[in-house]
Design a protein around this ligand. Structure first.
Ligand code: IPE
Ligand code: IPE
Ligand code: MG
Length: 268
């Protein structure tokens, strides 16, 4: 497993922490404990590598998506135990429509399996489900299932479980600008009123704070159009582990590393 440490300033940026199968390296010293102070409020995860996980196991890609879906439960519960307030999971991007229809259809059917199975536990844990994405193109039944879960949990006050589903960062920004332009034309907003705090109200993330920590699994070191505005000052953490193999232990390691970072926001 590879971890990317921007803090190293380019020297020894990549450090081998775990063996490639995603299990902690026995030679790696202990010390991944998470401090109660300084747990990131908002963690965003690009859950990548389902397809390659399946290939490695000689299975069809959809089997990787299914195992990946089950892992959402594990990591959600871990986030809750660790004291994370918001967990945003990138589940389907606006670019993922380019995939073969069978795979897209399967991905669109997953909420109908996930929510009925999970809703009881989510309610019991006081989890509030949200959806951050574009409603267009989503099959009626899929949207209905997600919206039902959102509605059923809307008054919960615990962990916010925010699914980025049919989400694209550029589309989100363009959409926000469009709405602002319409409001400017109607006189509801003046150009000189526009600042960051006004602009963020137009984004799909609404009242959520920006992610403090971004995790991407599977070894890809890119954002893939994810939360382009909101990630401006997030700490980034990458691992080679495929999403279905990403465990609470890896999650704790990411938070442990985050807690050692110094966030300067351009200051000293
Ligand atoms: C992430 O896994 C899930 C989605 C994008 C929906 P991938 O399907 O991208 O898996 P890889 O990257 O092909 O291994
Ligand atoms: C990003 O993964 C989207 C999700 C995890 C939902 P992709 O697998 O689609 O990203 P690229 O194509 O490698 O950039
Ligand atoms: Mg991928």
């Amino acid at each position: 497993m590879l971890c990317y440490h921007p803090k190293d300033g380019g020297r020894g940026m990549i450090k081998r922490l775990f063996q490639s199968k995603g299990r902690p390296d026995a030679k790696e010293p202990a010390g991944t404990s998470v401090e109660a102070e300084g747990v990131p409020k908002h963690v965003a995860i690009i859950m990548d590598g389902n397809g390659r996980w399946a290939r490695e196991h000689g299975l069809p890609r959809v089997a990787g998506h299914h195992t990946g879906m089950n892992n959402v439960r594990e990591i959600t519960m871990a986030a809750d135990r660790l004291g994370v307030k918001v967990l945003t999971l990138y589940a389907f991007s606006t670019e993922n429509w380019k995939r073969p229809k069978d795979e897209v259809d399967y991905l669109m059917s997953l909420p109908q399996e996930f929510f009925p199975k999970m809703i009881g536990e989510l309610e019991e844990k006081n989890v509030q489900v949200r959806m951050m994405g574009h409603r267009e193109l989503l099959p009626e039944q899929t949207l209905q299932t997600v919206e039902e879960a959102v509605k059923r949990t809307e008054s919960n006050t615990g962990l916010v479980l925010n699914f980025a589903f049919n989400y694209g960062g550029r589309k989100e920004i363009l959409h926000s600008v469009q709405r602002l332009m319409e409001e400017a034309a109607s006189g509801a907003v003046r150009a000189d009123q526009l600042d960051e705090s006004l602009f963020r109200q137009y984004l799909l993330s609404g009242d959520l704070p920006d992610p403090d920590l971004l995790i991407r699994t599977s070894g890809e070191i890119r954002l893939s159009n994810f939360m382009l505005w909101q990630l401006a000052y997030a700490e980034l953490w990458f691992t080679d582990v495929f999403w279905p193999d990403f465990t609470e232990e890896h999650f704790q390691r990411a938070i442990h590393d985050y807690q050692k970072r110094v966030r300067r926001y351009g200051g000293l």
